[in-house]
Design a protein around this ligand. Sequence first.
Ligand code: AMP
Ligand code: MG
Length: 331
Amino acid sequence: MQTVHLKVDPDNPNPRIIEIAAALIREGETVAFPTETVYGVGANGLDEKAVQRVFKAKRRPLNNPLLMHVMSWEQASSLVTGIYEEVLLLINRFWPGPLTLVARANDLVPPLVTAGLSTVGLRMPDHRVALDLIKAAGVPVAATSANLSGRPSSTSARHVMKDLNGRIAGILNAGTTGWGIESTILDVTRTPFTILRPGAISRERLEEVLPGLIEAVRPQPEGGGRMRAAHYRPDAQVIPVKPGDNLAELAQAQAAKGKRVGVVVATHRELPTLTDLVVVINGGSAEYGRRLYEIFRMADSRRIEYLFMEIPEEKGLGAAVADRIYEAARR
Ligand code: AMP
Ligand code: MG
């Protein structure tokens, strides 16, 4: 398959170019597009055959659900039932934006999208290109991150093409994406609402809108019974480093054994020597989140065997970054 490469201005995309991508979606094909978090790849969410192509392109296991990407709450609400009133407060405050709501699906949603679950994840991306595409296609777009299954999410069209060139029908290239870390996934099928995956919208921000109504699932090294996808793993063995641990010493011990070692430093001043990759995060958790997947890819290209990563304070965006590091460390 030849992947049609469509360059667009992120802030003011040419409607004629958007229409080329939208036509592909209507024809049941797959298209990659930018969102405010990472690049997504999607297809007509109401067409089971089209949805199947997304799984195939990514080599994604069929038991890992996609998210329905919509251009409005009106469109989202046509796909679900039994919505709590409080959900509208979240929509008002955070949509469009990186908050995915898991709600009860109705019969319009093909079982393939939800991997047979009775619930569906809804998301309205805060990106002009994504919204224009969904609008022009005229259907909700079932999508997920635009990477081969098990690889880090893509934050640029170049990353998307590296994984999916020739496997998808088209790509809307609008440069690099903003947050770099995925949406927060919030289960709103029962109260208190539960964070299934920490992400770009922190728990603290959700609680500002619904005090006492948000339950956090803590990121844990061994997973805590929540649904987890085989994601976010570079080739290297990732070793989470807690604030009290001596990162330099741990890293040097492996380097001394002749291993290829990388370190990601967020608070330590002392940089280790003898390592093959040193990344210093100066801008706190926002920068850490934005660069996380680029760091994973860099570790892969430098054939790093052990990647020591400092865990940021698990507050705000730090909770999402910590979650991704623990996830990457699981084998
Ligand atoms: P991705 O876009 O690759 O991050 O994939 C979306 C993720 O959302 C999936 O891997 C699931 O973990 C999660 N997800 C999607 N739908 C549901 C759902 N109905 N219930 C719980 N989690 C979901
Ligand atoms: Mg993904």
